[in-house]
Ligand binder design. Structure first.
Ligand code: ADP
Length: 474
């Protein structure tokens, strides 16, 4: 079990980030130390060689032949640099050793006079320069102990190892603190998100104003929360409204049944009451059908049921169907300009859209009044249009943005007597259907100027010949 906990800790972003920082820091430090050591070693060696070379040049100027004063001068120089164990030797052109300072060590290797050999040669403890002095006509071998060089490099090594150990000790702490700082906003995001409940979605993640990736993540989550909150809000309203609307016909049915049962009645009375019950039950079933349709639409289910439908045919059919109702209300209903257009969708739902718009245009109209229905297609934009306009009182500008909302009714005074519908669901159903077929529904209206609803859908086929004349269907 402790291993599970350890594994979980290892998998946290903070620890992984800290581990990465440690690895990178240690690699960088190691690499830097190596480079520094190499550079310092080379520099020290270069300086060492420069000194030997300067000595050889000095000696070349000083002596033309090996005689006593020269020997003394060289021995003096060797005495002066005894701590560096400096020495000099002279060889003739045949490679025979002619002379050497008293400080010359004994265990030195024989010099190699073959041409092309490196000037500087190392023995275990000495570094030596072998050079030919042309003016004097002999070879000079100069050398000095490498001990100081080795000691300097060893000291450098020790310092670097110490520094690496120190960094290796401090790096995890620093990396952990840095990783903690970098992941702190994430911890806030997790804590706040964990507190959110579907019933309480008013809390939002704090923004630090840095506009970095974490700020962007917070604002994306906030945006998503806004959308979820408004979705839940709309659903709550929808359910509350639906319950409210369902209650009225149910209450009416209940009271009618109670009236029928509270005392014996004549057959005519029972018939009248039962007819009213049927009317209310019809209203109820109509409302339930609409609610089901909206629920299906919300679940994205009816969009797939699409074929090619002649919009003009559905319009002519619906106009004919509404003639009697329109006449009874002193309204002139005309299919004014019906071009043959085909759209992608299903007949049942498209018919519902057309009927709903015509029904509204008749319901919310003046008496006398008129309703005009048009269809046409635009081959350039590949869009089909359906327009239903009326000469009614129009929609008040404050109500206009809300008429596609569920259960919204701009004019609540004329609801019940208008037949099926009247729940403020018709236009939201129209919008849902039209949008599910990749279309759009718009309205133009002004108080006292009538209303025009336009449905725009993708054109399915090029225009067909007309199904019926464009003349008025009255
Ligand atoms: P309802 O079921 O009440 O007809 P709708 O969703 O179809 O609901 O319409 C919503 C509201 O929009 C209506 O209550 C009405 O106030 C307004 N409305 C719709 N169509 C028209 C129209 N042609 N003229 C004026 N107002 C309209």
């Amino acid at each position: 079990m402790p291993f599970v906990g350890f594994n979980t800790i290892l998998r946290t972003l903070r620890i992984r980030l800290a581990l990465w920082i440690i690895v990178v820091v240690l690699l960088m430090v190691g690499l830097t130390m190596l480079v520094v050591r190499q550079v310092v070693h080379r520099t020290l060696l270069f300086e060492f060689d420069q000194i030997l070379r300067a000595d050889s040049q000095e000696i070349a100027l000083m002596i033309r032949q090996i005689n006593e004063p020269a020997e003394k001068a060289l021995n003096r120089h060797a005495m002066g640099h005894v701590h560096q164990q400096w020495f000099a030797e002279i060889y003739d052109t045949n490679g025979v050793r002619m002379w050497g300072t008293e400080s010359t060590p004994e265990e030195l290797p024989e010099p190699d006079f073959t041409p092309g050999q490196p000037e500087f040669v190392d023995s275990d403890s000495y570094r030596m320069l072998l050079t030919y002095l042309p003016r004097a006509g002999f070879w000079l071998r100069l050398g000095s102990s490498k001990q100081s060089l080795v000691e300097d490099v060893a000291l450098l090594n020790r310092i670097m190892i110490l520094a690496t150990i120190l960094i290796a000790l401090v790096a995890p702490l620093g990396a952990y603190a840095l990783a903690g700082r970098a992941t702190r906003p994430l911890a806030w995001i997790i804590a706040t998100t964990a507190r959110l409940q579907p019933q309480k979605l008013d809390e939002r993640l704090p923004l630090r104003g840095t506009n970095d990736e974490l700020d962007q993540l917070s604002s994306t989550i906030n945006g998503m929360l806004d959308r979820i909150a408004s979705y839940i809000e709309r659903h709550r309203d929808f359910i509350a409204n639906a319950a409210h609307e369902l209650r009225s016909p149910l209450a009416a049915i209940r009271s009618m049944v109670e009236v029928a049962l509270n005392r014996p009645r004549s057959a005519e009375e029972y018939q009248g009451l039962l007819t009213d019950v049927i009317v209310e039950a019809g209203r109820l079933s109509n409302l339930v059908d609409r609610l089901l349709l909206l629920a299906e639409g919300d679940a994205g289910r009816h969009a797939s049921r699409g074929g090619i439908v002649g919009l003009d045919r559905l319009v002519l059919e619906s106009v004919e169907m509404f003639q009697a109702v329109a006449e009874s209300r002193d309204i002139e209903l005309r299919a004014d300009h019906v071009e043959p257009v085909s759209v992608r969708g299903d007949e049942f739902h498209l018919r519902q859209v057309i009927r709903n718009l015509i029904d509204n245009a008749i319901k919310f109209n003046n008496r006398p009044g008129s309703v005009r229905v048009k269809t046409w297609g635009d081959q350039d934009t590949k869009r089909a249009y359906l327009e239903v306009s009326d000469t009614g009182p129009g929609i008040p500008s404050e109500a206009l943005p809300r008429i596609f909302e569920r259960f919204y009714r701009a004019d609540k005074s004329r609801i019940r007597e208008e037949g099926p519908g009247g729940y403020g669901l018709g236009l939201s159903i129209c919008q849902l259907i039209v949008q599910s077929f990749d279309g759009e529904i718009r309205v133009r209206s002004g108080e006292g100027k009538g209303s025009t609803f336009t449905v725009e859908l993708p054109l399915a086929l090029p225009n067909r010949p007309a199904l019926a004349s464009n003349a008025a269907v009255v």
